[in-house]
Ligand binder design. Sequence first.
Ligand SMILES: [Mg+2]
Ligand SMILES: [Zn+2]
Length: 219
Amino acid sequence: MRFAYLCDFDGTVSPSDIGAALAKRFSPDGRAEGAELLARWFRGELGHRELTEAQCGLLSVTAEEALAFTRGFALDPHFAPFVREAESRGDAVMVLSEGLDFYVADQLGRAGLAGVPFAANVARFEGRRVVPEFPYAAEGCGSCGNCKAVHVRRWRERGHATVLVGDGLSDRCGAREADRVLARRDLLAWCRTERIAADPFESFQDVAGITRAWADGRR
Ligand SMILES: [Mg+2]
Ligand SMILES: [Zn+2]
């Protein structure tokens, strides 16, 4: 059985939440990442698709400014070695993000990982306006922009054992659906509340160690 490692981006592959930092930096008074909006998401009054629409509606930034800002961040340095090790075993790695495509693609490319497939929401820049598009929303739960459960099911249909790796509440649909979960922060707390089995991790050094043990168990 081959594994598919489906990895969240913001707060997981990138230790910092780049999307949140972008929303904070380029909205008036940081309102796009403000307590009021986030509280509505945490309480479940807003789905992540609606949250992203509300956040993008508050942004004032050009494509060039946005990219220059996000280039101040970098990936977990252990992610690229993990990808190479997993792929050399015949396992698959994909990045699943509720963030925006331009910085996910740029960060992967800069880390030498342009070949790693990813799925994210799409940012269309119109001058200083950011219009989000949700190419994966139609197949999802109706609440997410890019429902991770859809991707988990696809990889399972291709015959993989699915592993969701994530840190936050936007990973919940994927974590419910996946065969195994590696979690940190809010996702780990939520898995414990929901009694979903999850192994804790802090960095991709931990992820590499845990998954190496799984691969050894399969031989
Ligand atoms: Mg995250
Ligand atoms: Zn969902």
